[in-house]
Design a protein around this ligand. Structure first.
Ligand SMILES: *Cc1c(COP(=O)(O)O)cnc(C)c1O
Length: 367
């Protein structure tokens, strides 16, 4: 299919034509049999997506809202948690719980680094009263992969802390198995790996996490997950759901289900490996020490001005890569592999990149 633009940003991501068509229908009412049928199918496909038998709650918010919901539903003021900060999003999960009066032990790493099991276990030994560990599966600001499976196993061996995962960038594109890995909280949002527009967020909760919610004293109303858990039993939501997005999600999840999660994970791995290889052969350097399969981050050669680089890509090739964030704004660029992409688009991305680099006279290692 010919696209107007090639969007390789890590959210929002491109949307399949079938999903766009599905959302281009007259609105239905949410307190109706028709909507409940859709939501029932969505709820069971979300369980498939997270690989869980637990309920997966759908909220009308972006991913940040779902992480906030996890804090206000699980904890009380003064509770201690450990939060890994190895980038922009990890930093957010240090600041946000502090806003709510939690005591946050910050495990800070340089961008591009990933947390080690040893550091997390040491922190748990030092803070045996920590109620949870927050981890980012794919840190989108640096394109860094954290081995959640390995770390979760170690945490569970050593402590009873809840394992809470920001899977916003990874769910749908990278292997994550909520039940098998004994995760307690996993959050994602619609505009990353799920191929629908922004506006929905999802939270999976383990039985342990649900039990913990009884003790939470932080105020909550809209994001009271008990209300959502009560409603989901009848395939309902406590408030007006984002009906049209949920219809789009229904089609997106059917696409994911018919392709199969495993084959989606391996397709992402293949596209990421292709991009990494091409980046290396262009003589460019990867930014992350542990590159993820959801996006690739690349160091922009210092001779090249970020603004001109992105402008040329956009205006001459209709290619949208993402800039870096914060200190790395103009020092790196990011190519996402999540969302809806035809296989040949990665070749188009690389050809566009080559041509812009050549034009900007970074020709040393080009072949
Ligand atoms: C995009 C992103 C978020 C934030 O989600 P919003 O939907 O923008 O609120 C959180 N964590 C990660 C890893 C992300 O990539």
């Amino acid at each position: 299919m010919h696209k107007n633009i090639y969007l390789f940003t890590p959210g929002p991501t491109p949307i399949p034509p079938k999903v766009l068509q599905r959302m281009n229908q007259p609105i239905i009412h949410h307190r109706s049999k028709e909507f409940r049928e859709v939501f029932s199918r969505v709820n069971s496909n979300l369980q498939y997506l997270f690989q869980t038998k637990q309920p997966v709650l759908t909220l009308a918010s972006s991913g940040t809202g779902a992480v906030e919901a996890s804090f206000v539903n699980l904890f009380s003021p003064g509770d201690k948690i450990i939060s890994v900060n190895n980038g922009k999003f990890g930093e957010r999960w240090v600041k946000m719980p502090r806003t709510f009066g939690l005591e946050v032990v910050e495990l800070k790493y340089n961008w591009g680094d990933a947390p080690s099991t040893g550091d997390i276990i040491n922190a748990l030994h030092k803070h045996p009263d920590a109620k949870a560990v927050y981890l980012v599966h794919c840190e989108t600001s640096s394109g860094t992969f954290t081995d959640i499976k390995l770390i979760a196993e170690a945490i569970q061996r050593e402590s009873s802390a809840l394992v809470c995962v920001d899977g916003v960038c990874s769910v749908g594109g990278m292997e994550i198995r909520f039940d098998d890995w004994n995760l307690d909280v996993c959050v994602t949002s619609s505009q990353k790996g799920l191929m629908i527009p922004p506006g929905l967020a999802f939270v999976a909760l383990s039985e342990r996490a649900i039990a913990e919610m009884r003790y939470s004293k932080l105020p909550k109303y809209y994001f009271d997950l008990n209300k959502a858990l009560d409603s989901i039993i009848t395939n309902d939501t406590p408030w007006t759901p984002a009906i049209t997005l949920i219809q789009g999600l229904d089609t997106a999840l059917e696409i994911i289900r018919s392709e199969g999660l495993e084959s989606r994970w391996s397709a992402h791995a293949k596209h990421a490996a292709f991009i990494r290889d091409e980046i290396n052969s262009l003589g460019l350097k990867l930014f992350s020490k542990y590159p993820s399969n959801a996006l690739t981050t690349v160091i922009l050669p210092s001779k090249i001005e970020s603004k001109i680089f992105h402008k040329k890509l956009r205006e001459e090739h209709s290619i949208y890569f993402a800039k870096g964030q914060s200190d790395y704004m103009d020092k790196i660029f990011r190519i996402a592999h999540i969302g809806y992409h035809e296989a040949d688009e990665y070749r188009i991305a690389i050809d566009g990149l080559k041509s812009v680099l050549t034009e900007l006279a970074f020709s040393q290692n080009l072949h």
